[in-house]
Design a protein around this ligand. Sequence first.
Ligand code: NIG
Ligand code: FE
Length: 410
Amino acid sequence: MSTPRWDRLLMNATLATFAGDAPCGLIERGAIAIHRGRIAWVGRVDALPAAPDTLSAIVDSLDGALVTPGLVDCHTHLVFAGDRAHEFDLRLNGASYEDIARAGGGIISSVTATRGASEEQLYAQSLPRALALLADGVTTLEIKSGYGLNLDGERRMLRVARRLGRELGMTVRTSFLGLHALPPEYKDRRDDYVTLVCDEILPTLAAEKLVDAVDAFCESIGFSHAETRRLFERAKQLGLPVKLHAEQLSDLHGAALVAEYGGLSADHLEHLSESGIVAMAAAGTVAVLLPGAFYALRETKLPPVELLRKHAVAMAIATDCNPGTSPLLSLRLAAGMGCTLFRLTPEEALRGVTVNAARALGLADRGTLAVDQRADLVVWNARQPAELCYWIGGNLVRQVWLGGEPISTD
Ligand code: NIG
Ligand code: FE
């Protein structure tokens, strides 16, 4: 008997491929073959080229279970020390997010905790969050810096992010977010801080290969359009892609700015105008919607989903997992919130946590079930895609596959 051509073959699956023309790229009674960590074949069981056990060393039947690409969480601040549960309490007693930030809390309270933590402590505190996302079906994860705000603190965060990827086998993409908040020691010296970030911290960490992309918080309580542009100029010189926290609380025209630099994504976007959308469409910049922050801050202004559709801007959804505005540890729940709060269809929300989220990270080798894609898959205790957005809470994951291997998520 000849050697089987594939390592594994999963039979009798309901495949939400997010490729092809069918809704969700759905293939009923599907089969998917994996070889050397990649997807080698996808189609209907009855189209397989030969008897399954002649094709693959291992053949499993999934009895109709839903299979999707591994989920991609394209916007998180998952590495931080401490928590901000007390600010949650303050907000419920009437303070706003901006009030707390101006009083020295908010991002700065996480900066104090993160600066005070050793690399080991930061890793130990961040690990359960990464494991929670993995157990919920996330196989690729973006993690930002931004709670160090000095060379040592930002480096520590990014090193912890890289280590999480190595130790868990997930793909971690890092974003440098030095322009997240003005550190207290630079109060009244804004320009000096922006110069430090652009001329020293970013080039140093980029040379250490800790930075995959560059981000900023362009907002009245963050950094201005002009300051963000200075950072993007430096990113461009260093050959690093950019993305931006834009139009979350007001319209500073950040989306048009990030589009001007050919940015990967503009994120949040509740206050985005049509001219920003037109710029994003022309640049192919993905709109990353963050319903966790919208929910936690009890925002009422919705992102302009209808206009994003009209201009065919790809939409992604992410957890924004962070201690202040989105302590959210389920990307599947974020997708469901994208439907209920932002009126996305389940298909849009699910494309938003797979193929479009991969695009928001500049990764073309994942996010769909198609030949040659990385074999990062999730087998769900569900039979149709909409269920992933419909169930609120609970754990629907039956099995997560990373690079062609099933892993234990217990
Ligand atoms: O994406 N908006 C800025 N950054 C985070 C909040 C971070 C924090 O409050 O710690 C966000 O919402
Ligand atoms: Fe964020």
